[in-house]
Design a binder for this molecule. Structure first.
Ligand code: KIV
Ligand code: ZN
Length: 503
C-alpha cells in the first residue's frame, strides 16, 4: 500500500493537553472540520473517562459519517463496553484498546507479570471483537519495552482479531534510527504481521515525534497517529500538518500519499487553536504566522523572481489565502462573503448577516480589515452563540489617580437584564469583580494574556483567560478593539463554558 492512513487524535490525546478542555459542541465542530480535512480516522475520545467524553464520542459517531470514528478503551471489560456504547452508531466504528507493556509500567504501576498482560491483551481484543471487526491494539510504552515481548503481544492480539497494531512512543523517548529498528524487527519477527496495519503514535518530549513517525513510514508503518498543531499530553503529539506536508512535499523520498485535503490545514489549525486556547508559535512549521514570511532582502528578492528559490511549498496548498486584499468600510456584503469563503468559512444566512454587521462596525473603527481580523470576528460571533450570560455593556474608570471602577450589564439566561459595579486594583480586576457579583460562580483566574492580532494602533486586541473551578480549567477568549471590552468578553466566555459544563 502506498498510502499512509492519517489517524487524528486531536480530540482524545490532543485534549489531554493541560488546560485544553473542549465542550461537546466544540468537539463536534472540530470533528466536522477534520472530516473536511479528510483524515481517515478520528479518535473522538475516551468514553469511560467522563460523561462529557462519552457524549462527545456518541454525537460525533452519529453526525460525522465519512471517516472511521474511534473510541479509546483500557484493556478492561467496562471500558470496552462503554466505548462501544458511545461509538456504535458510527458509520465506520473502531475500538482502540490499550494496555501498558513495558517492565517499568508493569512493575511500578500495574504490578502485573508479563504473562498476565499478554493474556489480558488477548482476552480484551476478543471481547472488543464481539462488537466490531475494526479493532486497534496499543501496547503502551512500546519504545521502552523489550522488543521480543512486543513481538509476542502483537502476534497474540492479531491472532485474537486486532486489525491495526499501534506502536506508541508514549513518553517521547525514542530516537528515529532506534524506533525504525523496532519497526523493522516487528515486520521481521511477528509472523502474522501481514494481517494487520502497523501504526505509530509518537510523543514529542524530545522534539522527535514527527521524525520518529516519518522514520516509521519509511520502515513500513502505514498508519500515523497525530494531532492538529501537535497538541497533546505534555510536549504534545506528532503534528498532523508536518507529517502530511512532509509526505506530500517529499514524495520523491517517501513515494507515499495521504487522503488529506491539504487546503484545509490552515483552517483546521486556526479552529483548534481558537477552541483550545493554545496559541500557535509564530515559527511553527506549516501553520505558524512566520512559516511563509520572508524577512531577509536576499530571500525576498529570490521569492519575487521565482518562489521556488526559497519556498518549498506553495502557501495555497495548505490553505493560506493567496490574496492580500484588505477590506474596508466601503466593502460590500458580497466581497465579505467571498473573503470568508476563501478563508474556509461557509456561514448560514443568519450568521452571515450578524458577521457582516459586526464587520461594518469594525470597519468604522479600524482602517483596513485583514484576514486575521475576519477570523477573529467570526470566532467572536461563534463564541456568543449558546451563551448563558451575555455581556451587554461594560464601562470603566481608571487612571493613576482614582480607584479603578467598573460597571457591567449582563443579560441572564432567563432574559433579565442585570447590572452591578465594583472597585478593583485595576480596570480588568474591577470588571471581573463586577461580573462575578452577578454570575456568582466560584472560580479562580489562573491565566490572563492579551495580544494584538494585527499591527497598528487600531488593531484588535485578543484576550485569553483560563479560570479554574472544581479542579477543572476553562479557557475563554474575547476580541475587541478595546482591550477592556475584550477582557470582559474573554471572562464571560470562560464563565459560560464553566456554566455549560456544569449543566
Ligand atoms: O501515548 C500513548 O501511549 C497513548 C495510547 C493510549 C496509545 O496515547
Ligand atoms: Zn499518546
Amino acid at each position: 500500500m502506498d498510502r499512509v492512513i492519517i489517524f487524528d487524535t486531536t480530540l482524545r490525546d490532543g485534549e489531554q493537553a493541560a488546560g485544553g478542555t473542549l465542550n461537546v459542541q466544540e468537539k463536534l465542530e472540530i470533528a466536522r472540520q477534520l472530516e473536511r480535512l479528510r483524515v481517515d480516522i478520528i479518535e473522538a475520545g475516551f468514553p469511560i473517562s467522563s460523561p462529557g467524553d462519552f457524549e462527545a464520542v456518541r454525537l460525533i459517531a452519529k453526525e460525522v459519517r465519512t471517516p472511521v470514528i474511534c473510541a479509546l478503551a483500557r484493556a478492561h471489560p467496562d471500558d470496552i463496553d462503554r466505548a462501544w456504547e458511545a461509538v456504535k452508531e458510527a458509520a465506520h466504528p473502531r475500538l482502540h484498546v490499550f494496555l501498558s507493556a513495558s517492565d517499568i509500567h508493569l512493575l511500578h504501576q500495574l504490578k502485573k507479570s508479563r504473562e498476565e498482560i499478554l493474556e489480558t491483551s488477548r482476552e480484551m481484543v476478543v471481547r472488543a471483537k464481539r462488537y466490531t471487526d475494526d479493532i486497534e491494539f496499543s501496547p503502551m510504552d512500546a519504545s521502552r519495552t523489550e522488543p521480543e515481548y512486543i513481538y509476542q503481544i502483537l502476534k497474540a492480539v492479531i491472532d485474537a482479531g486486532a486489525t491495526t497494531v499501534n506502536i506508541p512512543d508514549t513518553v517521547g523517548y525514542a530516537i528515529p534510527q532506534e524506533f525504525g529498528r523496532l519497526l523493522e524487527g516487528i515486520f521481521k519477527s511477528v509472523p502474522n504481521i501481514g494481517r494487520a496495519v502497523v501504526s505509530v503514535h509518537c510523543h514529542n518530549d524530545l522534539g522527535l515525534a514527527v521524525a520518529n513517525s516519518l522514520e516509521s513510514v519509511k520502515r513500513g508503518a502505514r498508519q500515523v497517529e497525530c494531532t492538529v498543531n501537535g497538541i497533546g499530553e505534555r510536549a504534545g503529539n506528532a503534528s498532523l500538518e508536518e507529517i502530511v506536508m512532509a509526505i506530500k512535499t517529499r514524495n520523491d523520498f517517501f513515494g507515499m500519499t495521504t487522503n488529506v485535503d491539504t487546503r484545509q490545514i490552515y483552517r483546521s489549525s486556526r479552529l483548534v487553536s481558537e477552541l483550545t486556547g493554545f496559541t500557535v508559535q509564530p515559527n511553527k512549521a506549516i501553520v505558524g504566522a512566520n512559516a511563509f514570511r520572508h524577512e531577509s532582502g536576499i530571500h525576498q528578492d529570490g521569492v519575487i523572481k521565482m518562489p521556488i528559490t526559497y519556498e518549498i511549498m506553495d502557501p495555497r496548498t495548505v490553505g493560506i489565502p493567496a490574496s492580500s486584499l484588505v477590506l474596508g468600510k466601503l466593502s460590500g456584503r458580497h466581497a465579505f462573503k467571498e473573503r470568508l469563503a476563501e478563508l474556509g468559512y461557509s456561514l448560514g444566512e443568519e450568521d452571515l448577516k450578524r458577521a457582516f454587521s459586526t464587520f461594518k462596525e469594525l470597519a468604522d473603527k479600524k482602517k483596513g480589515i485583514t484576514d486575521r481580523d475576519i477570523e477573529s470576528l467570526v470566532a467572536e460571533e461563534r463564541r456568543t452563540v449558546s451563551e448563558a450570560y451575555h455581556l451587554d455593556r461594560v464601562q470603566v474608570s481608571c487612571g493613576d489617580r482614582g480607584i479603578p471602577t467598573a460597571a457591567v450589564e449582563l443579560t441572564a439566561p432567563d432574559g433579565q437584564v442585570l447590572a452591578d459595579a465594583a472597585l478593583g486594583t485595576g480596570p480588568v480586576d474591577a470588571v471581573y469583580k463586577a461580573i462575578n457579583r452577578i454570575v456568582n460562580v466560584p472560580n479562580v483566574l489562573v491565566e490572563f494574556s492579551v495580544k494584538s492580532i494585527t499591527e497598528g494602533i487600531d488593531a484588535i486586541g485578543e484576550v485569553l483567560v483560563r479560570i479554574e473551578s472544581g479542579g477543572v480549567t476553562y479557557t475563554g477568549r474575547g476580541a475587541d478593539t478595546d482591550i477592556i471590552v475584550a477582557s470582559a468578553k474573554a471572562y464571560m466566555n470562560a464563565l459560560n463554558r464553566l456554566l455549560s459544563a456544569g449543566k
